[in-house]
Design a protein around this ligand. Sequence first.
Ligand code: ADP
Length: 245
Amino acid sequence: AASAGPVLEVEALSKHFGGLKAVDEVSFTVTRGGIHALIGPNGSGKTTTLNVLSGLYKPTAGRVRLDGRDITHLPPHARAAAGLGRTFQNIRLFRSMSALENVVIGAERPGNEFAGADRATLQARARAALAFVGLEARAEEPVSAFSYGHQRLIEIARALAGNPSLLLLDEPAAGLNTSEKGALTGLLRRVAAKGVTILIIDHDMTLVSDVANHITVLNFGRRIADGVTATVLREPAVIEAYLGQ
Ligand code: ADP
């Protein structure tokens, strides 16, 4: 997180599955400190882009830089060590372990300043992350005792405990009710205010237009719009892509 330039630079990224161009020469830049959303109708290439960014898929072509460092060919764990934190569309927590133990795993991320710290330091770090999402009082309870919405918050706390440069959120509002979505919106704003840059992938337009300051829009694997939220959402190509769903 030391670098002053953009957090993430995606250059002419492509991912083809046989003849299908799921992602087709997509470029965008995530500037430091904001909330950037990658949106688009179903099948537009959002998840594929996310999987290429997190290292689960090898790109067919293109380049990805995190904090100025080329991470295009790094495996997922090395990207995490380089400062890429993420949550998953399907929550991935250890359900029988406590919320705190799950978040300690995030604090232990290699490359993080706390990585080699003693148990007490890691636990203090994890507690602070749980406090940040409002769940410190229940730190010792097993994950299985929490509501779905709260489990999403624990996942965010786990990613934050690793002190990432960029937090990738894969459909964080999926399965949340209206009040939980409102709480999530507030939390994401506080994360960004703390200086952690967020890249959010979601098709929930209400959430995206509430929190994102910058939007990149995909349709059929191609970038069709990119810019400041209010401007992008008024672009005819974007409105048409969403109406055409
Ligand atoms: P989104 O997340 O925007 O809904 P996806 O990235 O999941 O879109 O999908 C983009 C396109 O790539 C779709 O046509 C989808 O069917 C296709 N696709 C996604 N993953 C695979 C895969 N593993 N193999 C073949 N085609 C895929």
